[in-house]
Write a protein that binds this ligand. Sequence first.
Ligand code: SPV
Ligand code: MG
Length: 431
Amino acid sequence: MKTVYTCFCTDIIHEGHLNIIEQAKKLGSVTIGALSDKALIRYNKFPTISQEERIRLYTSLDGVDRVVVQDSMVYEDVISSLKPDYVLHGDNWRNGPEAAIRANVLRLLEEYGGELIEIPYTRNENVKKIDSQLKEKLSMPEYRRKRLRQLIDMCPVVKTIEAHSGLTGLIAEKTVVENNGHLDQFDAMWVSSLCDSTAKGKPDIELVDMSSRLRTIDDIMEVTTKPIILDGDTGGLTEHFIYNVRTLERMGVSAVIIEDKTGLKKNSLFGTEVEQTQDSIENFCEKIKAGKRVQLTDDFMIIARIESLILERGMEDALTRAFAYVDAGVDGIMIHSRRKEPDEIFEFCDKFREKVKDIPIVVVPTSYNQVTEDELSAHGVNIVIYANQLTRSAFPAMQQTAEDILRNHRAKEVDDRLMSIKHIITLIDEL
Ligand code: SPV
Ligand code: MG
């Protein structure tokens, strides 16, 4: 009997999947690959049910003889171990980032005479509705909130990009690239105080108040499903912070990062060029404890950001604070630096990890931007935040366009660098 292989990456079975099984059955014995959690996350399809539940779901389907786990979007391992006569797939992977995966499957099959069979992708109202229901589920507060902790457990590094509007949220949500046959995407969003303030034309000094920050978060939440980490600045007065923790938790924000500064906060990238005051360890620990006390779920995270290296108070001070904040019950430590080299970040992480294994470390490699995610991960980092690059790339592009229109008294000269009208009107999903 011939063997047929097809890979599923879904939490809900609809008629499109049943059609694939129907066609597969006609060709031979059917093996379904259940894409692992790790691979699903990398592929921008965060699971809403566990890997075991997906395996049970696929096994229960009529016509399925066997279910195996496929641990990567690349079919290399599964094809070389199963050597199926046929691989079945919907024809929707011919274009876009998945085309490289398809090309690789064709190459693998050619090596031993296997065949790829493509079935027209089922597009109808029912399938569309199921897809959007899944997306809706992921955007609900109870799913979104816990997703950051799930990602920390499942990913070597949680790749986080800044978002400050619905539009930047969409970029964080939807950008997928193909890289050496693998697909890559961002895992989470950082609602930066710098970029949120800049987008409003205001300085980054806690001038944009919490109501306005919550409005930004809501705009982003409206159009995305990925988890949100809020840059909570200093957290403000403890008496206010506790109310904000409750609000953020209820909205479905996954984490707030508060920095150990007090008084008029200025952006850390100014370093010691401006006057900034670090909070005392005692006060800051009280703020952390108060926040943890009012939190209602186990999902939400309060992360302490240490400014000792920014303020040039030294490594010992940074580590002393880190251990004190851990003792106060914090869920993660962010260590910030504005050096050009990552050495002090590596040193901090290595020394912190000697003592504390299980508290996530967050970093923001803005000034030491040559460092790779792999290098940071090797030093025990869990979350990498690209904190302002979207804003910094958009601003010069917009400014140049404005200048060129003024110079030419018309818009023709800028046209070839603009997104097409056709593209911009399809950027936003219609309901
Ligand atoms: C932000 O993005 O607002 C931050 C990170 O706080 S930094 O600007 O590097 O201080
Ligand atoms: Mg900030």
